[in-house]
Design a protein. Sequence first.
Length: 253
Amino acid sequence: MKRAVAQERWERHTQRPLFGLALVFAVAYAVPIVDPDASASVVELCLAVEWVVWGAFALDYVVRLVLTERRGEFVRSHWLDLCAVLLPLLQPLRLLRLVSTLLLVGQRARMASQIRLTTYVAGAVVGLLMFGSLAVLSVERDSPDGNIKTLGDAVWWSFTTMTTVGYGDHAPTTGVGRMLAVGLMLSGIALLGVVTANIAAWFIARFEMDDVEERRQTEAIRLLTEEVHALRAEVASLTAARVPGQAREEQVR
């Protein structure tokens, strides 16, 4: 019980700092891509920041694992967190650190009960567009056959890919770029499904509220009708009992 309380306290206190570190990671990841002529010291600093942020999320996973009472169940239920922590260790690529950090941020966002679905979806869309654009620009800029050479081209490509429009004026030519395209397309379809389901659920809830109100009014009218019928029957019985009494009084007179 104490461990559960400690774990909940840890997650509550570390939520905002981790999201802040995620924003720092976004800046560190974007700077060398947006400014390819940046000095070596700036690139090394950004690289160090990326590893520090990933290390913070990895430490967060380890602490939560230590604080939980059922560690085996925690690992099974948080397997995506574990994959995101181990992913950059398999091969030290910046893209792997990007993917792992996005996964870890997403998992921590799902734990936050105060974050509403709409806010989460909007944040996911912005994050995928931004990181998708930067990632595809980093792998396609130096490709001899590529046509995604500027940040504007990359952002436009991300928009058309996530919405599954696919104009075809810009397309990745490398294997990694095409893998990013597949990921963005699947993510766009999934997010569109979430938004559609959320809107449908809102309409259904509204219809159910209207239906409940209509049933309540119908039930109130039915009860009122029954009361009126009961009152009429009572008045009729009183009237019938009074009429014979008046007839007897007249006979006595």
